[in-house]
Each structure stands twice: as structure tokens, then as C-alpha cells.
Design a protein around this ligand. Structure first.
Ligand code: CAA
Length: 259
């Protein structure tokens, strides 16, 4: 399949997907999300694909988040639709896939970028990677499952610290509290992911699918995702959201008033 914003190829039963918007630090705009939805559906239904590696183009960013320029004028309804559509077609689709997905985090994984990595079944980071959920800086909260999956991965205390301070953590720190499985030098990133998928490829495909489904079932009993969608949508109606986004676009510090 040909994509505008993704590179994809299958080699030895592994599907390699690269988010390819390097100039925008691989930010997820609507068409990139549509293409991700298509490639995830393809992976799920194609027997030749035994595992997927997702990474970002270039050496600076995995994915720097949802595309801020695209949603800068959204209202609550549009914010709700953005979060719901993304969660259904991309983030939950990855987590619920019968194929194992590994995020190869090659640089900044922020906001929707970290959420993309967290939707994957495993995460490997290069030693230059920086991870965070900076949405409150924009007067928003994470909208692609971040409040749920970060809490599941690192526990409530660390998740609240990361989400409310908006501070980034290094790859090494992320490994200490279980947010990434391994940290490796950038040139070894893809080969480490391949090593894991090559082990999985030797095991029984239906058993892998059942194992993934069972592990995911253990953490998704309560629907906090809907709460997140509602709160994300509400943020779009605040003055602080407009101020946060304008400050980003104008490359200045925001002045929040709590309205
Ligand atoms: N959306 C759109 N464009 C983005 C972007 C994003 N998330 N992140 C970076 N870019 C663009 C910048 O606007 C810039 O474009 P121009 O050259 O046209 O100005 C280009 O990518 C390079 O970025 P910077 O000049 O900012 O690079 P830097 O090295 O100075 O900083 C950075 C790097 C710290 C990652 C910084 O770009 C940044 O803070 N990005 C935004 C991160 C963010 O807030 N992500 C969360 C988005 S909201 C979200 O994801 C909501 C959700 O949960 C659904």
C-alpha cells in the first residue's frame, strides 16, 4: 500500500511502519491517523505479518504528539471526535491487535506520540529519547488514552507526576519505572525490536494472539477512556487552551488564567 505520511514494508514477516513527517517532528495529523488506522487493520488481517515495529522518521522524534496546528481552533465537539476516532481506529486497534506491536522510540515521544508508544505491546527507547505527556502546557489533557495507559504502566503516583508537571523523562528514567522495556544506542534500536519479534515468530501465532488478548483484558475492565474523552473535549472550550496553543505557535511562554 502507498501512504503519504507513512513508510511501510514487510521483511521476514515483520511489518515496519515509519511515521514520516520529519519536518513536523512526525506529529499526528488527521491523514496520518487515517493511514495508521489502515496499516494496523492490514497488519491484523494479513497472515504474513507476525509482528509490527513502529518508529519515527529521522533522529530527533518518534512522534511529537497530535498535530497542534490542526486542532488549534477546535471546540468541545471536535475535540471529542478527535479523541474518540483516534482511540477507536488507532490506539485501541493497536492494543487489541492479534499481532504484537513494538514501539521503537527514536527521539521525542510526547503527547499523542507517547500515547502511540504506550498503545503498543512493548517499548524500546534509544538513549537520546525523551518521553512525556505535556498536554497541560496547552491547556489540554492527554486524549489518546494517556491517562489510562500511563497509569497502568507506571502506577498512579508517577503517572500523576508526569501528567501534571508536563515534564519529560529520559529513556533511562523511563526504564527505571517500567515505561520502556529496554534502552539501547540509537543504531541498535530496530535490531533490538527485531530480536524480540524473531523470538515471538518462533511461537504459535494463535497462542500469541490469545496471550495478548488475555493480558490486555487484565487492565481494561473499567472504562476510564470515556472519562478521558469527556475531559479532553471540555478543555477545548477554555481560554487557557487557546492561550496554550497560541503560545506554542508564537514560540512564547503561556499566561494561564484558569478560565
Ligand atoms: N504539532 C504540530 N507541529 C509540531 C508539533 C506538534 N505536536 N511538535 C513540533 N511541531 C513542529 C514545530 O511547530 C516546528 O515547526 P516549524 O518549523 O514550522 O515552526 C517543527 O515541528 C520543529 O519543532 P520545534 O521548532 O518546536 O523543535 P524544538 O527542537 O525547538 O522542540 C519539541 C522540540 C520540544 C518536541 C517541541 O516541538 C514541542 O514541544 N512540541 C510539542 C509537543 C507537544 O506539546 N505535544 C503534545 C501535543 S497535544 C496532544 O498530543 C493531544 C493528545 O493527547 C491527543
Amino acid at each position: 500500500m502507498e501512504y503519504q505520511n507513512l513508510l511501510s514494508e514487510i521483511k521476514e514477516n515483520i511489518l515496519y511502519v515509519t511515521v514520516n513527517r520529519e519536518k513536523a517532528l512526525n506529529a499526528l495529523n488527521r491523514s496520518t491517523l487515517d493511514e495508521l488506522a489502515a496499516v494496523i487493520a492490514f497488519a491484523d488481517k494479513t497472515d504474513e505479518v507476525r509482528g509490527v515495529i513502529i518508529t519515527g522518521a529521522g533522529e530527533k522524534a518518534f512522534v511529537a504528539g497530535a498535530d497542534i496546528k490542526e486542532f488549534s481552533n477546535y471546540n468541545a465537539k471536535e475535540g471529542e471526535e478527535l479523541a474518540k476516532r483516534g482511540q477507536d481506529l488507532v490506539f485501541n486497534a493497536i492494543e487489541n491487535s492479534s499481532k504484537p506491536f513494538i514501539a521503537a522510540i527514536n527521539g521525542f515521544a510526547l503527547g499523542g506520540g507517547l500515547e502511540l508508544a504506550m498503545a503498543c505491546h512493548m517499548r524500546i527507547a534509544s538513549d537520546n529519547a525523551k518521553l512525556g505527556l505535556p498536554e497541560v502546557t496547552l491547556g489540554l489533557i492527554p486524549g489518546y488514552g494517556g491517562t489510562q495507559r500511563l497509569t497502568q504502566l507506571v502506577g498512579k503516583g508517577k503517572a500523576i507526576e508526569m501528567i501534571t508537571t508536563a515534564n519529560m523523562v529520559t529513556a533511562e528514567q523511563a526504564q527505571v519505572f517500567g515505561l520502556v522495556n529496554y534502552v539501547v544506542p540509537l543504531p541498535d534500536l530496530i535490531s533490538k525490536a527485531e530480536e524480540i519479534l524473531n523470538s515471538i515468530k518462533q511461537r504459535a501465532p494463535l497462542a500469541i494472539a490469545s496471550a495478548l488478548k488475555s493480558v490486555i483484558a487484565s487492565v481494561n475492565e473499567v472504562n476510564g477512556y470515556q472519562t478521558e474523552i469527556n475531559e479532553f473535549a471540555k478543555s477545548f472550550e477554555t481560554s487557557d487552551f487557546k492561550e496554550g496553543v497560541n503560545a506554542f505557535l508564537e514560540k512564547r511562554k503561556p499566561n494561564f488564567v484558569g478560565k
